[in-house]
Design a protein around this ligand. Structure first.
Ligand code: NAD
Length: 493
């Protein structure tokens, strides 16, 4: 049994460095609370630059031998990790609910997607091969080879603490690198539990490390000479900061930022289906998803009918503790974040949007201190309004009529973000136009939330992404390796 089952008592979160559990020695800490009850569940001491240095050094030492191990050997701990994650999926999901606030079904789905990334990385022996050309020149054969680079780090957000670390870690180590994870300080328990399973999976000491902390910890990683590359997922201002600061010291960087995503509904769409998917896209995980579509642009001829269906569906959502199987919408991550979402709702009203469903006075029996907010729906949302432009990250949905698909695409292309969009239609020509003209990284047609499977890269354009190579899939192989050319001539003796 794990000693990190923290229910009912405060646990001090640990680092994992060189195969040992250690306590961070920074001056700061954060108390992580259960979002449904507001009860403290973990104390998160922050790692100092000295802690970061120790983790990177242990990674660099381990890299020396790990990078030259046969690739088949490097993926064996990943196969074991997949089995361990599946065996512990239920207890991991419960910890995730208690630390994050989402529902049990959402937590299980998140972990499944994380496990799929481990599965895909087990294919690295095939995925990381490069080309060879015999007789590239007279008597000469030429090959492209990939080589791992050293120590990589990933800095991850609060909203998917069980999945996002696995967008990176399995690919980094399977390609022969060492890895340091800096998870969100807001819900650190599942990453810590992941590292217990990683420890059990049997990676050589130093190949993978966990350092907990905040901005000072992140900046120490960004500045460290021993770090070759940085993956970041989080809000746009921090993504920009990470991209600039890590690039300034010559590192590879991929930095995924925030979002403002749209759904387009045409008059040929199945309106009931589109309404159901729109509500779930905006409100699942209490709206705390970078792929949440929270503005729906609806062809004017079906606007009223669509609004009715959306409001009806949104009003049926049950708000509550994520561990209750009846719950559709769980708690927001913190009281501060709940206050920020409430402020967006206030601004929406002030700017003249029509409040069609107000989730602000929701109450959950027995959970009076939880960070709950019910689905909130605005109509008549114009492009200038703050709730149409900024990432709200709560269960707040805006609706607006548009003349046609072209007008809708023009409007979503005006956003400074480019993470995701979905179209609901019965016409192939609309779908084709959307696919060609929408300047967005993840597009869905008759799909509520365009979340790519791990064998594809995770898209993201404009201010939703800084860098060249994306998370997941084959982009990860390019990110975690450099290519070299090998030219060979063997004259006859
Ligand atoms: P955040 O930017 O506040 O934090 C992300 C990470 O950055 C954390 O590990 C945090 O410790 C660190 N950090 C925070 N402030 C910092 C600072 N000043 N200097 C250095 N490091 C700092 O993001 P969050 O609130 O945890 O997550 C929500 C955001 O993440 C949303 O904007 C969401 O859209 C985005 N997100 C994007 C994607 C994507 O794929 N594009 C996926 C998930 C979440």
């Amino acid at each position: 049994m794990s000693d990190v089952d923290t229910r009912g008592r405060t646990h001090v979160v640990r680092n994992y460095v060189g195969g040992e559990w250690t306590t961070p020695d920074g001056d700061e800490h954060l108390i992580s609370k259960n979002p449904a009850t507001d009860e403290p569940i973990a104390r998160v001491p922050f790692s100092s630059p000295t802690d970061v240095d120790a983790a990177v050094r242990r990674g660099a030492e381990a890299f020396e031998s790990w990078s030259s191990r046969p690739v088949e050997e490097r993926i064996q701990p990943l196969f074991r990790l997949k089995t361990l994650l599946e065996t512990h999926q239920d207890d991991l999901a419960e910890t995730l609910v208690e630390d994050h606030g989402k529902t049990l079904a959402e937590a299980r789905g998140e972990l499944r997607r994380g496990i799929e990334n481990v599965e895909v990385a087990c294919g690295i022996p095939s995925m990381s091969q490069s080309g060879t050309l015999l007789n590239a020149a007279p008597g000469i054969d030429e090959s492209a080879v990939r080589k791992p680079l050293g120590v990589f780090t990933a800095i991850t957000p609060f909203n998917f603490p069980g999945m996002i670390p696995l967008w990176f870690l399995p690919y980094a180590v399977a390609t022969g690198n060492a890895f340091v994870l800096k998870p969100s300080e807001q819900d650190p328990l599942v990453p810590e539990r992941l590292f217990e399973l990683i420890d059990e999976a049997g990676f050589p000491d130093g190949v993978v490390q966990l350092v907990n902390g905040g901005p000072e910890t992140v900046n120490a990683l960004l500045d460290h000479d021993g770090v070759e590359g940085v993956s970041f997922v989080g809000s746009t201002p921090i993504a920009k900061h990470v991209y600039e600061r890590a690039a300034a010291s010559g590192k590879r960087v991929q930095a995924q930022g925030g979002a403002k995503n749209h759904i387009v509904v045409t008059e040929t769409a199945d309106l009931s289906f589109a309404a159901e998917k729109t509500v779930s896209s905006a409100c699942a995980c209490a709206g705390e998803r970078c792929l949440a579509n929270d503005v729906a642009l609806v062809e004017a001829s079906v606007y009223d009918a669509f609004v009715d269906r959306v409001v009806e569906t949104a009003a049926e959502q049950t708000v509550g503790d994520g561990l209750d199987p009846e719950t559709d919408v769980g708690a927001l991550i913190s009281a501060d974040h709940e206050a920020a979402v409430r402020e967006y709702i206030r601004t929406g009203i002030e700017e003249g949007a029509e409040l069609l469903l107000d989730g602000r006075d929701v109450s959950v029996d027995g959970y009076e201190n939880g960070n709950f907010l019910g689905p909130t729906v605005f109509g008549g949302v114009t492009a200038e309004m703050e709730i149409a432009r900024e990432e709200v990250f709560g269960p707040v949905l805006g609706l607006a009529p548009v003349a046609d698909v072209e007008a809708a695409i023009d409007r979503l292309n005006e956003s400074r973000f480019g993470n995701a969009a979905s179209l609901f239609t019965g016409r192939g020509a609309d779908a084709r136009r959307f696919r060609h003209d929408a300047a967005i990284g993840n597009l869905g047609v008759n799909v509520g939330t365009a979340a790519p499977m791990p064998f594809f890269h995770f898209g993201g354009w404009k201010e939703s992404f800084f860098g060249d190579l994306h998370a997941q899939g084959e982009d990860m192989i390019d990110f975690y390796t450099d290519k070299a050319i090998y030219i060979e001539r063997w004259p006859d003796q």
